[in-house]
Design a protein around this ligand. Sequence first.
Ligand code: AMP
Ligand code: ZN
Length: 149
Amino acid sequence: MEGESEASLPGLKIQTWGTHCCVLIRLGGRSEYTGLAMSCLFCKIVDGSVPSTAIYSDEECYAFADIHPHAPVHVLVVPRRHIDSLAEVTTEDRPLLGHLLWAAHEVAREQGLANGYRVVINTGADGGQTVEHLHLHVLGKRALHWPPG
Ligand code: AMP
Ligand code: ZN
């Protein structure tokens, strides 16, 4: 990735790329990614340092109410681990991607979206992505138009 750099302290590795930063803690010879990306809003929501209204949570992902809802139900599902966007995923992320869709299904079920709903992943500049941490929008409780703008 562009602008990648690393710095090391005993037992600690700090890795930065672009505006993001993560900390790796060495545990018994292994490096564990803490998921901490200091400049990322959704990482801060995941770690609780920015408040949010929790909707669903498990070991892989967190879902919370969108602050500017475009439908009576508008929930964001985000992986706990920082990934910039759908364009950045790798082969290793395939199980996680399935899990995020499963979580969107759970959100829709728990929110009572029996009449239907929409799951959207805005990706990159042309896709209208404004927060660079992969997220699924789950929208429902009103009729949604097609095609989108
Ligand atoms: P996107 O435009 O697809 O990147 O979606 C980003 C979404 O994040 C938008 O729908 C925003 O309303 C939402 N958003 C931004 N800041 C917050 C926040 N602090 N809490 C909840 N949702 C947020
Ligand atoms: Zn993030």
